[in-house]
Write a protein that binds this ligand. Structure first.
Ligand code: PLP
Length: 406
């Protein structure tokens, strides 16, 4: 029935349509993705590319992992959404599994990373008032310069990126911003109203900024000494991206609150949440926080499968080993254009010298040759392929990267 067949639009036509009808709140590379499998994606014209961004680390498992897609389809045939007005048979299973994965007593489910961050902020504030005894509305949370924790009005209130906060005021008070990777600055910012610290173990959006060894340990010690909570935002770094289940594990510490999102949804469905022990999580009482879709059976089924895959396929080890190899080969390229290579596991960045020209030139050149990576700020290219990538596939990308950075 050709009359009813959907017209297949070209990449050009799709980009034009998006430009006309979609808000311009992103500046995408000029590539349209219409199909994906594993580390590979295709545009409508059939050109194949390797995805070296993984939807900002949400596709750690590779595109359309068969086990995760099966869980999605099977669950879609049975039950998808109940709201938390009723119990459902998937959320308790997922809660137990994620509690076990994180080593915490309890979890609270949300959908997006920003919602999980908001949840952690609420937990820290409530704990500050109810358990620490901070005076009403005086609670403060220490956060870091160049942070990225999401896009809600409260979260952008403590962003230091003008693109993120300009003309969105009035802003939410109660946050003290200090330099990242500076323990002394944190120590000096602490007062009797400080309820906690919110930190990314590696600053992803800032350009994969890895703090010095001992930074997280130092933050944890400051929290213990001053009766404060440490919340690690693992939305981008979690679920094996940096070579361990969570990035804080590189320092052998355990934060009080673990904030998760992105890859928890296995690259197919938004699933996020926080994990904490019972004495903290019990600041939440019925009606004090929630989400219509948080804990929905479809998302829970997907997330259970996503957690299984991480363990069954030993993706932490894979990320650690291939990450080392990736950085070694980048360093060996000895490119005159490169200032610095940094990262952990398969979350890596190439920082370009200013005279080499802007990163967009390079991400565009990489795209032309079949490697999709994204610039962050003007001079940094982030590489974060799916953790299921093979060494051969990584070598294929590295040969192209070498060609472009020559
Ligand atoms: N926290 C971190 C560290 C992130 O990298 C991001 C997204 O990039 C977020 C929070 C926000 O997640 P979402 O876009 O799902 O709200």
């Amino acid at each position: 029935m050709s009359c009813c067949k959907k017209k297949v639009l070209s990449s050009e036509e799709l980009m034009e349509k998006e430009h006309n009808f979609g808000a311009h709140n992103y500046h995408p590379l000029e590539v349209v993705i219409s199909k994906a499998e594993g580390v590979w994606v295709w545009d409508p014209e059939g050109k194949k590319y390797m995805d070296c961004l993984s939807a900002y680390s949400a596709v750690n498992h590779g595109h359309r992992h068969p086990k995760i897609i099966k869980a999605l389809k099977d669950q879609a045939d049975i039950l998808t959404l109940t709201s938390r007005a009723f119990f459902n048979d998937r959320w308790p299973e997922f809660a137990e599994k994620l509690a076990d994965f994180t080593g915490k007593d309890m979890v609270l489910p949300m959908n997006t990373g920003a919602e999980a961050v908001e949840t952690a902020i609420k937990l820290i504030r409530r704990w500050g008032y109810q358990k620490k005894g901070i005076a009403d509305n005086k609670a403060e949370i220490i956060v870091m310069k160049e942070n990225f924790h999401g896009r809600t009005t409260t979260i952008i209130s403590f962003s230091t990126d003008p693109d993120a906060f300009t003309n969105y005021g009035p802003f939410t008070p109660g946050f003290t911003v200090v330099d990242y990777d500076d323990l002394k600055a944190v120590e000096e910012a602490i007062n009797e109203n400080t309820a906690g610290i919110l930190v990314e173990p590696i600053q992803g959006e800032a350009g994969v900024v890895v703090p010095h060894d001992g930074y997280l340990k130092g933050l944890k010690e400051l929290c213990e000494k001053n009766n404060m909570l440490l919340a690690c935002d693992e939305v981008q770094t979690g679920f094996c991206r940096t070579g361990k289940k969570f990035a804080f594990m590189h320092e052998g510490i355990v934060p009080d609150v673990i904030i998760m999102g992105k890859a928890l949804g296995g690259g197919v469905f938004p699933v996020s949440g926080i994990a904490a022990n019972k004495d903290l999580m019990n600041v939440f009482t019925p009606g004090s926080h929630g989400s219509t879709f948080g804990g929905n059976p479809l998302g829970c089924a997907v997330a259970i499968a996503a957690l299984d895959v991480l363990e069954e396929e030993n993706l932490a080890h894979q990320s650690e080993e291939l990450g080392k190899y990736f950085r070694e080969r980048l360093v060996a390229m000895n490119s005159p254009k490169v200032e610095l290579i940094r990262g952990k596991g398969l979350l890596n960045a190439v920082v370009l010298k200013k005279e080499a020209g802007k990163a967009r030139i390079y991400t565009t050149a990489l795209k032309e040759k079949g490697v999709l990576a994204k610039e962050t700020h003007d001079w940094i290219i982030r590489f974060a392929p799916p953790l299921t990538i093979t060494k051969e596939e990584l070598d294929w990308a590295l040969d192209i990267i070498e060609d472009v950075l020559k």
